[in-house]
Design a protein around this ligand. Structure first.
Ligand code: IPE
Ligand code: IPE
Ligand code: MG
Length: 254
């Protein structure tokens, strides 16, 4: 296999002496509600997406401030192609603009950028920007920012399964040797720890195909706030609530 065999790391450490658990280390966010936010203001949906980029900048700052090691954000799903072409183009333009305008600053802030998702079907200039952002920041040791772009949890598992199937066909792998850590290591999100906490804004209570594999045991929280209104305090409150949760991973608790 071409990819280094890095397995997904298990979740955060168990509770500390004060009864509150440590962590989370890795928070993942489904940044939802841009369109409704704009509509409520009589604005086109694109305005909501632009305000969503500002909220992403605030979220990255909040994660650095609160000492998280990893942030994964859902910015374009494999299902978002169903939207009108003009809106899809807006979302692609915003990724272009974000990388062009923020890459150098994020690099100076020691942020490591990764962009898990399907590459096929992306325009050449987007592919180039993705490659540039990932390569420039690859050895940074601060916050890891995963921008899930053209990402779908099912597509990710299919891609991983395909990669393993190819290795079997090439005679490099026996089917009976395939286990969870090997499949995890063949995913787009390989090398990430499992998200401890998945947040979704805008009140919707579903995963919409986000992190189906690595989020198997993530704590879920659904916030009423629309993504463009997301502030530091929303993240701080979610982290506080997370610390009171009892994570059992199928066991009997702490
Ligand atoms: C999230 O906001 C951004 C993306 C899905 C790309 P939406 O565009 O889904 O906003 P709502 O859910 O329609 O309000
Ligand atoms: C999920 O939001 C995808 C992103 C936030 C990028 P959607 O708005 O696309 O999800 P559904 O359609 O409400 O499930
Ligand atoms: Mg939505």
């Amino acid at each position: 296999m071409s990819q280094a065999p890095i397995s997904i790391q298990p979740g955060a450490a168990p509770a500390k002496g004060d009864g509150l658990r440590a962590g989370p280390e890795h928070v993942a966010i489904i940044m939802d509600g841009n369109g409704r936010w704009a509509k409520a203001r009589g604005q086109p949906r694109a305005m909501g997406h632009r305000a969503g980029v500002e909220a992403l900048r605030r979220a990255v700052e909040a994660c650095r401030d609160l000492g998280l090691s990893e942030l994964t954000v859902f910015s374009f799903s494999t299902e978002n192609w169903k939207r009108p072409p003009q809106e899809v183009e807006t979302l692609f333009d915003l990724l272009r603009m974000f990388v062009r305008s923020d890459l150098q600053r994020l690099h100076r802030q020691n942020v490591r950028i990764r962009i898990p998702g399907e590459r096929e079907g992306l325009a050449a200039d987007i592919l180039q920007l993705i490659e540039e952002a990932v390569a420039l920041t690859a050895s940074n040791s601060g916050l890891t920012l995963n921008i899930a772009f053209n990402y779908g949890g099912r597509a990710e598992i299919v891609a991983g399964a395909r990669r393993l199937a190819l290795a079997v066909r090439e005679g490099q792998l026996r089917p009976e040797d395939i286990d969870e850590s090997m499949l995890g290591a063949s995913l787009w999100t390989a090398g990430s720890r499992e998200p401890d906490l998945i947040l979704r804004t805008s009140g919707e209570q579903r995963l919409s195909n986000f992190l189906l594999w690595s989020g198997a045991y993530a704590e879920l929280m659904f916030l009423e706030v629309s993504w463009p209104d997301f502030e530091h305090r929303h993240l701080a409150e979610a982290i506080e609530a997370y610390r009171r949760r009892d994570r059992r991973f199928g066991g009997v608790g702490e």
